[in-house]
Design a protein around this ligand. Sequence first.
Ligand SMILES: Cc1cc2nc3c(=O)[nH]c(=O)nc-3n(C[C@H](O)[C@H](O)[C@H](O)COP(=O)(O)OP(=O)(O)OC[C@H]3O[C@@H](n4cnc5c(N)ncnc54)[C@H](O)[C@@H]3O)c2cc1C
Length: 1206
Amino acid sequence: MSSDVRTSPDGETRTSRIVGSVDFHFPVASPSEEPAEIFKIVSGVRCQMPFKVKVASSAGIDEQGILETVSQVFDEVESTLSNWNPDSEINVVNKMKVGDPAHKMSPMLREVVLGAKEMVKKTNCAFDPSIAPLIDYYHSRALFKSSSNPTNENCKKNDESRIEKEVINVWKELLKAGYSSNPMDTRISKRVKKLLELSTWSSAFSVHKEFISKKHDEACLDLSGIAKGYTVDEIARRLPTSCMVEWGGDVKVVGKHPLGKNVWSVGVRKPRTLYELQEGVKRVKEEGQQGPVYTLYSSDKDGKNESDEYLAIIDLKDGDAIATSGDCEKVIEKDGKLYSHIINPKLGRLLEINSETLAQAVVVCKGSCMCADALSTAAISLEDPTKARELLEPFRTAFRYPVNDFLLFSRDGPRIIRLQVPGLEPKEIREKRLQSHEPAKVIVLGSGLAGMSAAIAAADAGAKVILLEKEEKTGGNSAKATSGINGWATETQAEQGVCDDERLFERDTHRSGLGGTTNPSLVRTLSIQSAPAGHWLMHRFNIPLKVLSQLGGHAAKRTHRAPPDDQGRPVPIGFFIMKTMRLVIEGEYSDKIEIRCGSKVLRLLSSDENDCKIVHGVVVEHKNGNRYEEYGDSVVVCTGGFGCSQSPDGLMARFRSDLLGFATTNGNFAQGEGVSICEELGAELIDMDKVQLHPTGFINPKDPQNPTKILAPEAIRGSGGILVNSSGKRFVNELDLRSIVSKAILTHCDRYVSGTYTGPPFAFCILSKESQELFGFPTLGFYKDKMGLFEECQDISAVANLIGCKEEVLIETLRSYSNASKIGNCPQTNKSIFPADISPESTDLIVGRITPSIHYTMGGVNINPAGEVQHTLTGHFGRHRHIRNLYAAGECTGGVHGGNRLAGNSLLECCVFGRIAGERAATVKQSEQCMFPQAKIDGSETHWKPVVLREVRNTDAVFGKNTIEARFNLYGALQHSGLDVGQFVGLRGECDGETLQGYFSPITRPDDEGVIGILARKDEKGGPITKLLNHIRPGSVLYMCAMGGLRLRFEGNSIKYRGREIKRIGLLAGGTGIAPMIQIIRAFSDFVRKAGPKANGYKMNLIFAAEGEHDVSYMKVLNDVKQDFPTYFSYYIKLNSPPLGWTEGVGFIETRDIKARMFHPAEAHDLCVLCGPPVFERSMIKLLNKNGFEENQIFSFSTMDRVSAK
Ligand SMILES: Cc1cc2nc3c(=O)[nH]c(=O)nc-3n(C[C@H](O)[C@H](O)[C@H](O)COP(=O)(O)OP(=O)(O)OC[C@H]3O[C@@H](n4cnc5c(N)ncnc54)[C@H](O)[C@@H]3O)c2cc1C
């Protein structure tokens, strides 16, 4: 966007005012004088609020016509929604009494009332237009009429008793109206509370379909705020062309910008500063305005703020709406304090205007200005910026009109909170990070979606890529996918108003995977990166993922596929993606990615370093039989699953011999070779026995014995296809998990018999005309007409005939299904989603035969969220090590889908982890060996560097309650941090407009490759940064710098501290000192393991003091280290409140513990490290000093170098 547009936006939004506070009958002004070279502009004032309509100029648009439309909408709104027009429909409602017949709402009132009702519910009453009586109370009674001297206590008291009197009057009136409570209780808050109770939607109105009635006589609706948004929506809706409509700060845009820009820009005005408000009040007082309610804008000649700056320029796309609520359109002065005219509907009091409270809330919604308005009002009413953010955030996804953007502004700082899409690394940071490595050569195995995604991501990160595919064609099983790819918070979901969120998606994935391993870190990465993956496919490759379906096991419509093409032909999604990617690779990437088909990889080339495997390349067999070695810097294995492995020495025979002989939907290439070649190098395999049977592989009646079945896609059942057995009875919820549907077919259905052939159990799949339409006739044509897999039946009688069941049984089945679909619940199968109806009266049906077929192998090589293949060796502290330079993604990996894959999650997995693995594989050659090279030289590097969050692990079970380990990617996959053992890092980031910072001792070792992990608390004890750590998601960026600390160096066969040789390390630890303690123990055990016999004479003794057994949940880990290295490591735990049966130390650490469990007397090569809270460390220093430890033999984290107790 050009800068001139930035300084001169297309529209403007400022703190909006309530409609109708003054004369509504203000005439519509004539078209403005503004030049209209680009736009046709009509503007005027209505209800003292300026409006402006900008219409993209094109032939045939007449300003008069626009003005008429605008006028017409205003008039209709006035006669329906205005509280200030005594005859308006809303006032008819407000004048109703309890017992009056319910009012039948006009379509306009109904739309606004239902919208308001939804917003009340969704904002948990932060927005509530039935608060009107309370507003009235404030307006007409105590507060506004008071004039007090804040310094005079008596005056204050008088004021209070007067207020109280007023309240009692209100109270009496309420009692008269029949509301019982304790009239003796005269405390104001209780009165307001009561009034508040009555002024809430649920206790004030009852709305049923088209009717509204009152629950008490005083109930009153003030819809003016939301009506303003409605008015803007309605004008935009009625204008026949691209336009921007703006009224009183509410803005909506429709269509394309006339200059051909992608967006329209709207400037959001900055609210007044506190000083400006105070001065404004002073000025209007001087001008004669009677207090204490002051309308500041009206005194401004041009309606602008004094500080006429923009807070932000916000881009709006077709259909976007923006609304702003501010705290200071009307200012109330009382006791020297300023209050807003806005009431917190939950607490029933006016909002105070000060520097910390929310001054302005700006909300951009897709599709509805009315909702944007309600949400900005709700947000501002909460006062607290963080609470407002928490209110708005869920609307980003779980809402019909999703919030695209919001901006919350408080005057302190000023503090600005902007909507951040979780898990996105800003482009500039990514580019800078990628500049820090040398180009690598990456070998990718397999040309399915995982392989192609990895290849493209690696090339984008600067690598030269060789893609090896054993088949002649590229695409693998990915090219067979038809149901689609999952994603939540996608553009398509937003466009279609689908509510979805990470909790639902992750819950569904874990639930589906029960019985197997769904690694929470992998699932979270899959989830958070799902929308970016979809975005990548849509915008990088122009894949129109515009059709959504809700498949089995999903809580929302989130499986995306492409609509039929221009000629109405189906677009099989997997094939389309793979074809497009190949074309892009052969075009744009021809000099970066080389695809070699007919090249089967036989094994990996590797070497050993210490006990670490390092991959250098692959052995390839060309289709002509020639074998050769291909060397590279890293290898990404994307060879798919083993669904077609039927040989006696294959993976299926090894892990699921019971499935040998089953039909499959997989291509013959799916033999699982990639899994085997990784296993040869020691890769850990997980969930290899978890094989998914797809319930619906088509049986072709002309070729029933063929083991390869064409898949009847999930979407067939997703479009309402039902399953019945040979008796004509349903037996399962068709939309249940695949595992459940498959099992039900195997249990409840007869075997397929044709002549002498007896096949597997099978079911009939019946589609009504409505289902066929929903699924799409073009795609259906492929299965029905081209492949002959469906037969047509005119009516139910014909279906019964085809199935060979009794007609009355089938009729009964369909009748109860149809009834269930009407009430939304089938008691027999628990089906609750009915995409289409089918009943005994249905005609033009089609019927196919389906059988469970091997479809997907959930197990495979274990990877971490960076796509690194994990070695079988499990280290202490539950850690894996990765095989260096080896990455994997897609169906050949395990740990994402557990016991059963959720439909649509496989293509997603390929895309998400393919991209991650490919990019990580491209970063193995770093220009710098360390992320913080300066730290290596002089101990710290205060330069903050961006780090991308890889994963957050819940470590409650390992390191104690409420702990997490946050792991961040170093720039390079093989880079070290450059820190010494015991050295701190600073972590910094922005959350809710505040910069939060914390200091941590890493829990990972300095020589861990490509990652740095910190142990943190996730409760409030962890300090303010906890909020940030709980907030970020994989892919988010924080800033890290290297600080000082212990700086213990494990160099080859020696340990050094400040240049001094250390042989014995004592650890006195407790409370918060776990992270450094664990890091030191890890580093020491690693040192002993590597040094072998040369470690003789080295020792580490730990004494750990804790309150109770729950504080030492990692004891098993310590025990493991002790068992592995008994001569080198010992530990002793002292508990203040020991559990029953406790056999170790009791009480606090004292002299006898030092003498018996530490090194005593201390020698020159000893170092005692204290890890714990400051108070603990100080008392330990005293104890050690008393026992003869010199200053240089003690290191204390909390006192750092100041170790003397004197
Ligand atoms: C019929 C069908 C429909 C499906 N529908 C969906 C769907 O709608 N949504 C969804 O999410 N998932 C679906 N799936 C699952 C999904 O398509 C696959 O699991 C996923 O695409 C696997 O992708 P991949 O890249 O890991 O492997 P693949 O796409 O299978 O690619 C692996 C490639 O590696 C090659 N290869 C194997 N071994 C070697 C070797 N030794 N050397 C060189 N190359 C080798 C293979 O030839 C193959 O081309 C479906 C699967 C099938 C079979």
